[in-house]
Ligand binder design. Structure first.
Ligand code: NDP
Length: 344
């Protein structure tokens, strides 16, 4: 049973083999199961930026629990029940939720419900790939949908600017905004990513690494920015503040440029929040399970109608999970980063 272990708290970028390591152990699939127990095989797992925040000393409190040193990491996964002595799950069921980063896990009804594992239909029954349930139809997709409607209060005709726009959250946020009638501008860190943004309907996109962000926002958002979908923070935020329109909204989704810094960057221009009467609201999607059913309805339909595209990077093999997570933190991923643990 190959496991992905949180081994050491990093102070800057984590290193594979040091802060995250691979452990191989025996797992007896034949051992009898007590009442309520069942075994799952992990099919697909998701690595996400917020996991960097969980790689901390357990004494520091935050919105998501710290990973436990020496134990397998966990995160959004799709799993399949391969053996069961539970009345709640049967062999062949697909489970979604916070799975452990290991090939096989034994759960019981109580521990499974604590991790919010839920049984859903065969994900492939409507032709949708299994990995979509940890991406466009999973936590990142819900984040895009909730951020735009509940925080951004997006309106037809407005201009939205999205940073980290080709990523798991950003690419869906852009396509929903476009479908809603906004002018959509995005930035990303490579020419390939920028080309993709234009292909999927962004009105304009630029490479924030090679272009001057301030000059590009002046050129591409001639009427200013009404809504900023904030994924990056730091200097990017400082520049965008000067382009915001009066009564604009900033969707405080994430600040990935800060996650691996020993000391956060200082951000200037905050007086714009007052003078332009901006609403700048952060949110953590884990607080909003109530938003899921409408999101699933809307976005599943958009996928089935082929109204949205969704780029993913698949890493094969659970033993490559550490590199996959590091790729997300350094921008090597293109679209939603997933790890294929089993063939599906
Ligand atoms: P992505 O798939 O977008 O992957 C992360 C991307 O961020 C990288 O590909 C890279 O793209 C970009 N990036 C990495 N480092 C930097 C940097 N130093 N400066 C600028 N960009 C950088 O991730 P997600 O879509 O899953 O997440 C996007 C944001 O949303 C993150 O901030 C994340 O924390 C946040 N989030 C928040 C949630 C919430 O509940 N509030 C839930 C889910 C996500 P590029 O090549 O373009 O630089």
């Amino acid at each position: 049973n190959t496991q992905v272990i949180f081994s050491k708290v990093p102070s800057t970028f984590p290193v594979s083999g040091e802060h995250i390591t691979i452990n191989k152990s025996q797992f007896d699939l034949e051992a009898p199961l007590a009442e309520g127990e069942f075994i799952v095989k992990t099919l697909v797992l998701s690595v996400d930026p917020y996991m960097r925040g969980r790689m901390r000393d357990a004494s520091i409190k935050s919105y998501a629990p710290a990973f436990i040193l020496g134990q397998p990491m966990d995160g959004h996964s799709v799993m399949q029940v391969i053996k069961s002595n539970s009345v709640k799950t049967k062999e062949g069921d697909y489970l979604y939720g916070m799975g452990k980063f290991e090939e096989y896990t034994k759960w019981n009804d109580k521990t499974a419900s604590e991790q919010n594992l839920v049984v859903r239909n065969d994900p492939k029954s409507n032709g949708i790939p299994v990995s979509y349930y940890v991406g466009v139809l999973g936590m990142p997709g819900l984040t895009a949908h909730y951020g735009l409607y509940a925080i951004g209060n997006i309106k037809k005709g407005e201009t939205i600017y999205i940073s980290a726009a080709s990523g798991a959250v950003g690419q869906l946020a852009g396509q929903i905004s476009k479908a809603h009638g906004l002018r959509v501008v995005g930035s990303a860190g490579s020419a390939e990513k920028v080309a993709y943004l234009k292909e999927i309907g962004f009105d304009a996109a630029f490479n924030y690494k090679t272009d001057d962000t301030d000059a590009k926002l002046t050129e591409l958002c001639p009427n200013g920015v009404d809504v900023y979908f904030e994924n990056v923070g730091g200097k990017m935020l400082e520049i965008v503040l000067t382009h915001m329109n009066t009564f604009g909204r900033i969707i405080g989704c994430g600040m990935i440029s800060q996650y691996n810094l020993a000391k956060p960057e200082k951000v200037g221009n905050l007086m714009n929040i007052v003078s332009k009467r901006l609403k700048f609201e952060g949110f953590i999607i884990f607080d909003h399970p109530e938003a899921e059913s409408q999101f699933l309805k809307d976005v599943t339909q958009m996928i089935l109608d082929k109204k949205i595209r969704y780029q993913e990077t698949h890493t094969k093999g659970i033993e490559n999970t550490p590199e996959a997570l590091l790729d997300v933190l350094t921008g090597k991923n293109f679209g939603k980063q997933v790890v294929d643990v089993a063939n599906v």
